[in-house]
Unconditional design. Structure first.
Ligand SMILES: [Zn+2]
Lengths: 315, 327
C-alpha cells in the first residue's frame, strides 16, 4: 500500500490495540501529536514536514530536519563544525557546566545549540543558521554567537542573503556576561550585512525569547514566524508576576506579534521554503544585466548621500 | 547631589563600622562631660575605623557589591549629569510610542566646554520617585528615546555618554506589546553604525539586555562596586538552583564584578570609588567620572569615524571564549 492510500484509508482502519500503539510509538513508527493526540504514521508526518495532518500543529523539529526541509539535496556545506564550547567561568550550579556540556553533546550529538552553513534553496545560494532547542534550550553562549557571527560575515563577503531559524530560551547563563555580549556581536555583524544591502530573514520558531528576541530575531529586513509559537522578551511567568494577573492565551504568540506589527507574516512550515525563495528572488537586483557589483568598502559612500555630511559633522 | 546630612542607609556588612563609630561618639561625649582629654584614644579609634572600612570595602563579595550597586543613595544618572556638566537641557519622548519613559532620561549637555548627548537609566530617590521611574526599568519608549538622542548626537557630531543603572528592561505586558525585544535589538545594531564617539558607563546595576540596550560603545567603563550581569542573581538562582535563596552563590558564579569583567575582556576601565562606596562621597565619585570621560573622549576624538566604527566592531567581535578543534 502506498503512503497515500494508507492515509486515505486510515480512518476506516480498525483501531489498533493500545499495546501495539505504545510499542510502535516507541519504535518511532507512529507519532502522537502533542496538540490533538492523534496518532500518525511517522513517515506521513515527516512527508508533511512534521505538521500534524489532523490539526495542523507544528511539532517541534530539530536542526538536521530543518536543514533537510529547506536546503536543496547535496548543496549543504556545514561551517565551523570545529567550534566547541568551553566552561570559561568554571560555572557550577547544582551541576558543573562542563558536565552539562558533555552530557548534552552525548545525548544530542551536537557540539552546541546552532548549526550554520552555506547551501542552496530552490537553487538560490544563501547562508543559513539553525538553532537547536535540544541543546540546553537553544541557549546562546560564545559558540552560538561566534558561529552566527562568522556565518553573517562570510555571507557579507560572498554577498549572500542570510536566514536564521531561531529557537532559543535566550542567553546562556552558564557563560555569564560572555553570553550577553554575543547579542551585541551578532547585531554588529548584521549591521555590516545590512550596510552591504543584503537581505536577512529570521524565522521565529518555538520558542524565541529573551536575548535572542532582543537581538537578531527582531533585526530582520523581513521577519517570518511559524504559527502559534511563543515569541517574547520577558518570560510569561515573569510578566504575570509583574502584572499580578493571568495573561491572555494569545499573549506572546506569533499571531499576537503579527497583530502588533512585529512580525511580517506567519508562514506554515510547509510553505516556508517556497516563501523564503520568493523573498530572496524579489530582492535580487533588477534588471539583472544592469547590476554592477559595488565593493563593500565603497557601497556606503556610493549609496548613502548623507554619509559625507555626517562624517564631516562628526569629526 | 544626594549628599545630604541624612545618614546613609546601612548595609549589613557595615555593622562593625557603625558600632565602632558609635563607640567613638560615646567616648567623645563622656570626655566632654568629665572634661578629660581623650584625643589620643579617639584618634586611635578613628584610625582603626578607617582601616576597618578599607578592609571591608576592599574585600566585598559579589553579593555584597550587588548591595552597594543597588544602594538607595548611590548617585544616579541625573546626579552625575548635574555634578559634571556646565549646562544641561533634558529632552523628552521618542516621538513614536506616545509615552515619555521616565525610567530612561537624557538630553544635551556641555561637558568641559564641549556639547555632548547624555542619557541613562534613572532610578528614583525615594519610594514615590521610584514608582514614577519604574525602579529604573525602561520600556520600549525609553530605548527608542535613547535611539532618537543618539541619532541627534550623530547628526550634530556630539559624543554620546550613556549611564547604565537598571535591574533590567521592564518585563510588563505593555512593554511586550510595544516590542521590548525589538527596541533593544534595534539599538544594539544601530550603535555600531554611529560615527560619533560613544562611552558607556555602568554606574550601578547593569541588568541584562536592558543594560546592553544602551551599552554598545567604543569604551565600557564601570565603577569599582558596580555589577553587570546576564541575569539577576535572584532569577539565575531560581532557574538554575531552583531556589531564589541561592542568589549569593549565583552572584559568585555569574562573574558580575568589574574585576571579573575586565578579566573576560568585556570591560575597558574600572573607576575607583571612595572607601565606603560612591554614595559615601558622591562629589568625589562624580569628579572621577568626569576625568575618565574627558580622557576617553580625548583619545577617541583623535580617531576618524571609520576607525572608531572599526575598533568598536572589533571590540565586540573579539568577545567570547570557545575552543576550535581542527578535525
Ligand atoms: Zn494534531
Amino acid at each position: 500500500m502506498s503512503l497515500f492510500d494508507w492515509f486515505a484509508n486510515r480512518r476506516k482502519a480498525e483501531p489498533i490495540s493500545k499495546e501495539r500503539q505504545e510499542r510502535e510509538i516507541a519504535d518511532g513508527l507512529w507519532s502522537k501529536c502533542s496538540e490533538c493526540s492523534v496518532l500518525t504514521y511517522t513517515k506521513d508526518l515527516r512527508a508533511n514536514q512534521m505538521v500534524c495532518l489532523d490539526c495542523g500543529h507544528h511539532l517541534r523539529i530539530y536542526s538536521d530536519e530543518r536543514v533537510r526541509q529547506l536546503i536543496d539535496p547535496g548543496t549543504w556545506k556545514l561551517l565551523d563544525e570545529a567550534l566547541q564550547p568551553v566552561d570559561a567561568l568554571k560555572f557550577r550550579d547544582r551541576k558543573s557546566y562542563s558536565d552539562r556540556l558533555r552530557e548534552m553533546q552525548d545525548r544530542t550529538g551536537l557540539s552546541d545549540a546552532v548549526q550554520t552553513g552555506l547551501g542552496q534553496l530552490e537553487g538560490l545560494p544563501l547562508g543559513l543558521g539553525v538553532m537547536d532547542f535540544r541543546f540546553m534550550g537553544g541557549s546562546m553562549g560564545s559558540v552560538v554567537g561566534e558561529k552566527l557571527t562568522r556565518l553573517i560575515e562570510r555571507s557579507t563577503r560572498e554577498r549572500l542573503p542570510v536566514v536564521i531559524v531561531c529557537a532559543s530560551g535566550g542567553a546562556r547563563m552558564q557563560e555569564g556576561m560572555l553570553s550577553l555580549m554575543q547579542m551585541a556581536k551578532i547585531s554588529g555583524a548584521l549591521e555590516r550585512h545590512r550596510e552591504s544591502r543584503l537581505l536577512y530573514v529570521p524565522v521565529l520558531t518555538h520558542p524565541t525569547t529573551g536575548g535572542v528576541t532582543a537581538s537578531f530575531a527582531m533585526l530582520g529586513d523581513v521577519i517570518l514566524a511559524e504559527p502559534k509559537v511563543t515569541i517574547g522578551f520577558a518570560g510569561r511567568r515573569v510578566v504575570e508576576q509583574t502584572l499580578r494577573e493571568k495573561l491572555p492565551d494569545e499573549f506572546q504568540t506569533s499571531e499576537y506579534l503579527l497583530a502588533h506589527g512585529f512580525v511580517d507574516a506567519i508562514v506554515p512550515r510547509t510553505q516556508l521554503k517556497r516563501t523564503l525563495a520568493q523573498l530572496i528572488r524579489l530582492h535580487q537586483p533588477y534588471p539583472p544585466s544592469h547590476f554592477v557589483h559595488v565593493p563593500d568598502s565603497l557601497s556606503r559612500h556610493a549609496m548613502n548621500p548623507d554619509y559625507v555630511s555626517e562624517t564631516n559633522s562628526a569629526s | 547631589m544626594a549628599t545630604s546630612e541624612r545618614r546613609p542607609l546601612l548595609l549589613d556588612f557595615e555593622k562593625p563600622l557603625v558600632e565602632l563609630d558609635a563607640r567613638i561618639a560615646q567616648i567623645r561625649e563622656l570626655a566632654e562631660e568629665n572634661e578629660v582629654d581623650v584625643s589620643d584614644q579617639i584618634q586611635q579609634l578613628e584610625t582603626r575605623a578607617m582601616q576597618l572600612r578599607q578592609e571591608i570595602f576592599s574585600s566585598l563579595t559579589p553579593s555584597q557589591r550587588l548591595q552597594v550597586a543597588r544602594h538607595p543613595r548611590r548617585p544616579s544618572t541625573l546626579d552625575y549629569i548635574q555634578a559634571i556638566t556646565d549646562e544641561w537641557i533634558e529632552l523628552h519622548g521618542d516621538r513614536s510610542t506616545g509615552i515619555d519613559d521616565l525610567a530612561l532620561v537624557g538630553g544635551i549637555a556641555r561637558l568641559d566646554g564641549r556639547p555632548v548627548v547624555m542619557f541613562g537609566h534613572q532610578k528614583g530617590r525615594d519610594t514615590k520617585d521610584n514608582v514614577s521611574r519604574n525602579f529604573g526599568m525602561a520600556s520600549p519608549g525609553g530605548y527608542r528615546k535613547a535611539m532618537r538622542l543618539m541619532d541627534h548626537a550623530n547628526r550634530f557630531g556630539m559624543p554620546i555618554l550613556t549611564f547604565i543603572d537598571t535591574p533590567g528592561a521592564h518585563p510588563g505586558m505593555e512593554a511586550e506589546r510595544l516590542g521590548q525585544g525589538e527596541a533593544i535589538a534595534y539599538n544594539l545594531r544601530e550603535m555600531f553604525r554611529l560615527d560619533v564617539p560613544i562611552v558607556c558607563t555602568v554606574i550601578g546595576e547593569g541588568g541584562s539586555g536592558g543594560a546592553l540596550g544602551i551599552g554598545v560603545g567604543d569604551r565600557l567603563l564601570m565603577f569599582e562596586h558596580s555589577v553587570y550581569t546576564v541575569a539577576s542573581p535572584e532569577a539565575c538562582a531560581a532557574i538554575l538552583w531552583k531556589d531564589a535563596g541561592k542568589a549569593p552563590q549565583a552572584a559568585e558564579a555569574l562573574k558580575i564584578t568589574a574585576t571579573d569583567l575586565k578579566g573576560l575582556g568585556i570591560l575597558d576601565q574600572i573607576l575607583p570609588e571612595p572607601i565606603g562606596g560612591a554614595h559615601s562621597d558622591p562629589l568625589e565619585t562624580a569628579a572621577t567620572l568626569k576625568t575618565a570621560f574627558l580622557d576617553n573622549l580625548d583619545q577617541l576624538s583623535r580617531l576618524t569615524p571609520q576607525q572608531r566604527r572599526e575598533l568598536r566592531y572589533q571590540k565586540f567581535r573579539n568577545i567570547g571564549v570557545f575552543a576550535e578543534i581542527s578535525a
